[in-house]
Design a protein around this ligand. Structure first.
Ligand SMILES: [Zn+2]
Length: 257
């Protein structure tokens, strides 16, 4: 008796041709045992079984193949048939392939990490920082900055920081002008992020000791400040000393200050 088996699985055919133990080899043994039962010759071995394995294209409306596909999907969805209806070789649970198991665990961890990261405000900041952002991974980032510092940096970068220009734009206050400059010089200067960080006369001393000290002559830009951790810290130090955003972010002084 020489049965023919048709399959659309090229990897199964490769495995059956495989002479040396490889990933999935235990499945080949199960297959041989099951086949020998099927041809009612329990002592048949791989060498003595004569069976033709033929490849057929999948999803080509070949009735037998469609039926097998349907059964396979059913098994994947509803689980295995009762034990007594299975061929003897399949009564015991199939061992895991260590390699397949490992890569599925690694994938799962990767997926979980990615979905946490996608939802994290730190990612939004990381994206907003673009290439100028100094920290290579979010692990480094989380170690270096507190939550408040992180969201502050994000808001500075996106311009959604609670300074008058933004507060006016979202309808929270009447005027976008910098009150400090208005009080001392009666000048209507909108309090933008740039004005607050780099221009406002009220914070000249604080700026000299922190931002300017770090930049030592380089142009005053957020990008230049966020070139490395030291720069980011000098920015935090400036903001902490001006106390301008304290109501929203608390004390953002870097830890080693
Ligand atoms: Zn000002």
């Amino acid at each position: 008796m020489c049965p023919s088996i048709y399959t659309d699985s090229q990897s199964a055919i490769c495995l059956l041709k495989q002479r040396k133990p490889a990933a999935g080899y235990h499945l080949k043994e199960k297959f041989t045992t099951t086949l020998s039962h099927a041809i009612e010759n329990p002592v048949a071995t791989e060498e003595t079984i004569r069976a033709k394995i033929r490849w057929i294209p999948g999803h080509a409306k070949i009735p037998g193949n469609e039926a097998a596909d349907k059964e396979a999907k059913k098994a994947a969805k509803d689980g295995s048939s009762p034990k007594d209806q299975l061929p003897p070789a399949l009564h015991k649970r199939l061992p895991f392939s260590v390699k397949a198991h490992r890569s599925s665990v690694v994938n799962k961890i990767g997926e979980e990490w990615r979905s946490d990261w996608e939802e994290s405000p730190r990612k939004a900041m990381f994206d907003a920082m673009g290439e100028s952002f100094p920290f290579k991974t979010h692990h480094e980032l989380s170690r270096t900055l507190t939550r408040a510092q992180t969201s502050l940096l994000l808001q500075l970068r996106t311009g959604h920081v609670p300074l008058n220009k933004y507060l006016h734009r979202i309808g929270k206050i009447e005027s976008s002008r910098c009150e400090a400059c208005w009080n001392s010089h009666e000048e209507e200067i909108p309090e933008t992020t740039t004005h607050y960080l780099f221009e406002c006369r009220k914070y000249r001393t604080e700026r000299t000791q922190t931002i300017d000290n770090y930049l030592s002559g380089s142009p005053r830009t957020l990008g230049n400040l966020l070139g490395d951790e030291k720069g980011a810290k000098s920015l935090m130090r400036y903001i902490a000393r001006t106390k301008r955003l304290k109501a929203t972010f608390g004390n953002v002084t870097p830890s080693k200050d």
